[in-house]
Design a protein around this ligand. Structure first.
Ligand SMILES: C[S@@+](CC[C@H](N)C(=O)[O-])C[C@H]1O[C@@H](n2cnc3c(N)ncnc32)[C@H](O)[C@@H]1O
Length: 249
């Protein structure tokens, strides 16, 4: 069990100060093959989860958007097109390897001009109060040591009326899906990780960290507790993934 001084790194209990370096190790290791693994692991379905998140965001031309824990920039790329030249997108991540892969991918696709890259920790965002119309954090909050601090930090930098979207693995809504998913993530994922990235441990961490992440209702309460209004969530793929949406009052 984690206490004040400890936290979870997958199923391990570690000192709070250690987790950030352990998470960094995972993403430095997988960065180069991250996009390929995402497509293989999800059978491409992560693209649909992300598309739905974009639809819920309500982002329009001229908006400013922060994609924190944005990694290789899938959401940031789509937001860049939506906000146009009058808008602004910040792709931010704590990990310079992931950020580097993201920057190269987006630049190669000609996505330039309205996008900035910032290395930042979600727990203490380096932006002024009331800066963004929308913030997304996709498959990132699970890895953050102090999730409450991150939610408060995101609230601070959102403009009043701005939306936060948290896309994250969650708790399957039926028993059968839960069993199939457990077998897949604990038996098959680490083997795929070993085969493709030569890194079984990072993909075991992925499966374990998903199980340790707050379920749909708990995350909804955490967002409300941090100060978000109108907090709602939508399950996708029978609750394997959920997207939570909250508004800054
Ligand atoms: C699973 S990847 C998700 C990348 C991207 N959002 C996507 O959906 O494909 C998780 C990302 O969270 C980043 N991350 C982990 N802890 C973070 C923190 N405290 N602050 C900001 N980013 C963090 C990692 O470096 C990694 O790039």
């Amino acid at each position: 069990m984690a206490d004040d001084k400890t936290t979870h790194f997958g199923f391990k209990t570690v000192n709070r100060g250690e987790k950030v370096n352990m998470v960094a190790g995972v993403f430095h290791s997988v960065a180069g093959k991250y996009d390929l693994m995402n497509d293989l692991m999800s059978g491409g379905i992560h693209r649909l989860w992300k598309r739905f998140t974009i639809e819920l965001s309500g982002v329009r031309r001229g908006n400013s958007v922060l994609d924190i824990a944005g990694g290789t920039g899938d959401l940031a790329a789509k937001f860049s097109r939506l906000v146009g030249s009058e808008g602004k997108v910040v792709l931010a991540d704590i990990n310079d390897s992931m950020l580097q892969v993201g920057r190269e991918k987006l630049t190669n696709r000609g996505i330039v001009g309205n996008i900035e890259y910032v290395q930042a920790n979600a727990e203490c965002l380096p932006f002024p109060d009331n800066s963004f119309d929308c913030i997304t954090i996709a498959f990132g909050l699970r890895n953050v040591t102090d999730k409450d601090a991150a939610l408060r930090s995101m609230l601070r930098v959102l403009k009043p009326g701005g939306r936060l979207l948290v896309l994250e693995f969650s708790k399957p809504t039926n028993e059968l899906m839960s069993k199939v998913y457990d077998r897949y993530s604990f038996d098959i994922l680490p083997r795929m990780g070993k085969l493709i990235t030569n890194d079984e441990d990072s993909y075991r961490y992925l499966a374990e960290s998903i199980r340790m992440h707050p379920d749909q209702e708990t995350l909804k309460e955490m967002m409300a507790e941090a100060g978000f209004a109108e907090v709602r969530y939508h399950n996708m793929t029978a609750g394997v993934v959920a997207v939570h949406r909250g508004v800054k009052p």
